[in-house]
Every structure is written in C-alpha cells, then in structure tokens.
Design a protein around this ligand. Structure first.
Ligand code: HEC
Length: 112
C-alpha cells in the first residue's frame, strides 16, 4: 500500500551535485551512518541508542518521506545524536549529501 504523503519529494534533487555530495557525506555523515549508509559507521557504538539509521534499508526505520528525511538532516532528531546539520552545512551542501544517499539506494526514493 502506498501513502502519498510519505512520497513527498525533495525539491531540486535532480540538479544536485553527486560528486560533491559523496564528499560531504563521507566527511560529515559516514562516521555514524557508515560509508555505504548502512548505519554501521565507526562511531555507532558511542552515539547510540538510538543507533544511527540504516539509510539504505528497503524499509526505512522511521518511514519518513524524502522531504521529512531532509527536514531531519537539517534540524536533527531531538533526543538522539542525529545533529542539526544545517548549523554547519549549507542547504545546497545538504541537498547534495541527500542526493548521494539516494544514489547509495540505487537511485530509488523510498516509496518508489
Ligand atoms: C553523531 C552521529 C550522526 C551524524 C554525524 C549524522 N547522523 Fe543522521 N542519524 C543519527 C541517528 C542516531 C539517527 C536516528 C535518529 C532517531 O532515531 O530519531 C539519525 C537519523 C538520520 C536520518 C533519518 C533516517 C530515518 O528514516 O530514520 C537521516 C535521513 C540522516 N540521519 C541523515 C544524515 C546525514 C545526511 C548526515 C550528514 C550530513 C547525518 N545523518 C549525520 C546519527 C548521526
């Protein structure tokens, strides 16, 4: 079953810079989420629980739309170690990093 509200897309994703996104992801996200987004980065053991999400799982743990995931990336997840990344990275850097996550998933956005 599909829930249209969970399919809310991220605007501008097609124009994102994937190479730059990979670099930003490796420097800022992979320590927790792992080099390939599986939630198994070297910092995993010290930042959880809750553990860093597997960003490439077929069934995303949080069942968030792409737009909602982007909101979490910007604002963090209160009460967890997921930091508000908008404090240190620009909106376009975060868009590029998100595009990299989508490419790690094989290009498919959740729900598609
Ligand atoms: C210090 C560790 C840490 C860093 C660094 C970090 N995250 Fe997270 N992230 C987490 C944790 C822990 C969660 C789970 C939060 C929860 O359970 O609510 C999470 C959740 C998320 C989610 C929500 C996934 C879902 O569907 O449940 C996304 C998307 C995400 N992170 C992306 C990123 C991106 C992109 C970066 C880098 C720009 C990043 N994170 C950096 C720890 C981290």
């Amino acid at each position: 079953m599909r829930f249209p509200c969970y399919d809310a897309p991220v605007k501008g994703l097609k124009e994102a810079d994937l190479a730059r996104g990979a670099d930003i992801y490796i420097k800022n996200c992979s320590g927790c989420h792992g080099a390939y987004g599986q939630g198994n980065g070297p910092r995993r053991g010290i930042v959880g629980p809750p553990w860093p999400s597997n960003l490439v799982a077929e069934e995303p743990a949080g069942f968030f739309s792409p737009a909602a995931q982007m909101q979490i990336i910007h604002g963090g997840s209160p009460g967890t170690s997921m930091p508000p990344m908008a404090r240190s990275l620009s909106a376009s850097q975060l868009l590029d990093a998100y595009a990299h996550i989508v490419s790690l998933r094989g290009g498919a956005l959740p729900g598609q």
